[in-house]
Design a protein around this ligand. Structure first.
Ligand code: FES
Length: 150
């Protein structure tokens, strides 16, 4: 076990965990930030996507010991009141079906737009390629990202 001081959603939070613990479980089990979801655990589905210094990152394969001073944002910290442009566009397009993957989808979309304010269709496809949705909401996801970009 080791103590880690983490910068999460603008707060300094401390955990005492095994160094190999994936951030997904630090967030969910130690910090009660359960908006980040477990899907596959092997960086294949995107349900666990967070931001690490503003870039989309699979938290299931990110050991707590690798985070250091980098800032983490989770779905809980993306906006104050759910009013991030991506979240508003998600509501406008009624994107979710079962909803399980959507926090990860939104975090990937927000990271894309932060780095590329006017993504092309190909940019969107590339950025969102690793986020799987078993309900098949991909068409609405793409439309919502285009709305959020305008
Ligand atoms: Fe991390 Fe699937 S749970 S990518």
């Amino acid at each position: 076990m080791a103590v880690y001081k983490l910068n999460i959603n603008g707060k300094k939070l401390q955990v005492d965990v095994d160094p190999t613990t994936p951030m997904l479980w630090v967030l969910r089990d130690h910090l009660d930030l359960t908006g980040t979801k477990y899907g596959c655990g092997i960086a294949q589905c995107g349900a666990c996507t967070i931001h690490l210094d503003g870039n989309a990152m699979r938290s299931c394969q990110l050991p707590v010991s690798a985070v250091g001073d980098q800032s983490i944002t989770t779905i809980e910290g993306l906006s104050e009141n759910g009013d991030h442009p991506v979240q508003k566009a998600w509501l406008e397009h009624d994107v979710p079906q079962c909803g399980y993957c959507q926090a990860g989808q939104i975090m990937s979309a927000a990271a894309l737009l932060q780095n590329n304010a006017s993504p092309s269709d190909a940019d969107i496809d590339t950025a969102m390629n690793g986020n799987i949705c078993r309900c098949g909401t991909y068409t609405r996801i793409k439309a919502a990202i285009k709305t959020a970009a305008n």
